[in-house]
Ligand binder design. Structure first.
Ligand SMILES: Cc1ncc(COP(=O)(O)O)c(C=O)c1O
Length: 462
């Protein structure tokens, strides 16, 4: 048995690692969960909160009786609030108004003060959460801004603790690490440690960041313009700016995971693996499964489960909230099968349009095959394009294009991508938003197009 310790701060870190069995299959690498949701304040943030505060104490930047201030989405606040309670500091937290009421009430339970700011202001606006936090520090003597997004002690905390734990728990048998980034501290610290250890051991470790569409991290990493202006609902990962604690140099790949995929996997983790975790954990495991599928058996992927499900009883674990927000996932249990099943029931090959084909030829081919849209083949950097009959109609009616112009001129960026391995529930929103779902394989090649009627026919055949 463990001996008694002098405060809760002594049990930060050393979290268990658990292997997944139900949401994975034998064709994949082993997937292990690093259980950061079992930290004393309930999230991955405990390590960095303690480290940042103790480093500031050591440097004399905060004295007994001082005030800790942070702009935080909640988890960091809870971690800082816990450390503040033990060490006797006052704590003030600033957060945007989109975060869950559970988190605010928990902060207050630790004796902290909470200031709520509007979500809908730019990051550099004086009323933005980060600017308000800075102002409070300027106005309060003996105060410290935790500054998780730019304080490099955040990276150091994970470099010194989480990284070594991952290496030791797997005996160095780790081939990929998957995490989201809020501040970037976790993936940058763990990622750097794993790269160094792998080099010493003469092996490769792949660091994979997952990011929700709408966050700019994916686009910044791949140096693409941000086109998706929709927000995301999962809490604590993704960002509207690139934080100073996010070190792209240790990251090998960024995968986009949307709210639907995150929520779907979060609910499965609770029901099938007994892991009552938050929605970013679902997103991380969703990405980890893709990585595990690509790596194949005999390899090991470790993903962070960053916080507990307790904080999301009013969101991802509430069927009504899911429904009100357009996620009809409560029905997923009724529909059996994967995207691959719908595709094989449908049969047939994908019909592509060539980029230099003219509009009238493509329109003729659409008519011959009785289809309303075609992906565009062989367009190099613009290969992810789709032409829909309504695009053709609009261009011709408005006179912006002529029948002999290349079809590519009327094409739009391809939306609604799914993989053959996705559960059939992943098709439902795509059919509304994008009118078809485009099936792409692991190499991003289009292997099928699924329309509403294909899904209807498949379900009717069950
Ligand atoms: C809930 C949650 N918050 C935050 C993070 C990452 O935090 P950071 O990048 O600030 O270290 C994760 C990682 O996946 C997470 O699951």
């Amino acid at each position: 048995m463990n001996k008694p310790v002098s405060s809760i701060l002594e049990v930060v870190g050393n979290t268990p690692m658990i292997e997944l069995h139900k949401v994975v299959d034998e064709s994949m690498a082993r997937v292990l969960v690093k259980c950061e949701f079992l930290q004393p304040s309930g999230s991955v943030k405990d390590r960095m909160a303690q480290h940042i505060i103790e480093q500031a104490e050591a440097r004399g930047e905060i004295k007994p009786g001082g005030t800790l201030v942070e702009a935080t989405a909640g988890n960091t606040g809870l971690a800082v609030a816990m450390v503040a309670a033990v060490k006797g500091y006052r704590a003030i937290f600033v957060m945007p108004d989109k975060f869950s009421v559970e988190k605010i009430n928990m902060l207050k339970a630790f004796g902290s003060e909470v200031v709520v700011t509007p979500t809908a202001v730019p990051e550099d606006h004086p009323e933005s959460w980060r600017e308000v936090a800075k102002r409070i520090v300027r106005e309060t003597p003996n105060s410290l801004l935790i500054d998780q997004f730019f304080n490099l002690d955040n990276i150091e905390a994970h470099y010194q603790t989480t990284g070594p734990e991952l290496w030791e728990q797997t005996d160095g048998e780790i081939d990929a690490f998957v995490s989201g980034a809020g501040s970037g501290g976790t993936i940058s610290g763990v990622g750097r440690y794993l790269k160094e250890k792998a080099k010493e051991a003469g092996k490769e470790v792949r660091n994979v960041l997952f990011d929700p569409p709408g966050s700019i991290l994916y686009n910044s990493y791949y140096k693409k313009p941000v086109t998706d202006k929709t927000g995301w609902k999962m809490e604590g990962v993704g960002n509207g700016f690139v934080p100073g604690c996010l070190d792209f140099s240790v990251i090998d790949e960024v995968k986009q995971v949307n709210d639907r995929q995150a929520f779907y996997m979060t609910r499965r983790l609770a029901r099938e693996e007994g892991l009552f975790v938050g929605d970013t954990s679902g997103a991380g495991i969703f990405a980890a499964i893709e990585v595990a599928r690509a790596l194949g058996p005999g390899k090991t992927v470790v993903a962070v489960c960053g916080d507990s499900g307790n904080r999301y009883l009013s969101k991802v674990y509430n069927d009504e909230w899911l429904r009100d927000n357009g996620f009809a996932l409560h029905g997923f249990g009724l529909w059996k099968g994967r995207v691959a099943d719908v595709l094989s029931h449908k049969g047939g090959d994908v019909i592509f349009a060539e980029a230099d084909e003219d509009i009238s030829t493509v329109a003729g081919r659409m008519g011959d095959h009785g289809i309303s849209q075609m992906p565009i083949a062989g367009t190099g950097g613009r290969s992810h394009m789709m032409i829909h009959e309504s695009d053709l109609l609009q261009a011709l009616l408005l006179g912006t294009l002529k029948p002999n112009d290349p079809v590519l001129e009327a094409a739009n960026e391809l939306k609604g991508k799914v993989t053959p391995h996705d559960h059939i529930a992943m098709l439902e929103p795509l059919l509304d938003d994008a009118s078809v779902a485009v099936v792409t394989d692991d190499a991003n090649t289009i292997t099928g197009i699924i329309s509403k009627i294909d899904v209807v026919k498949y379900i009717a055949s069950l």
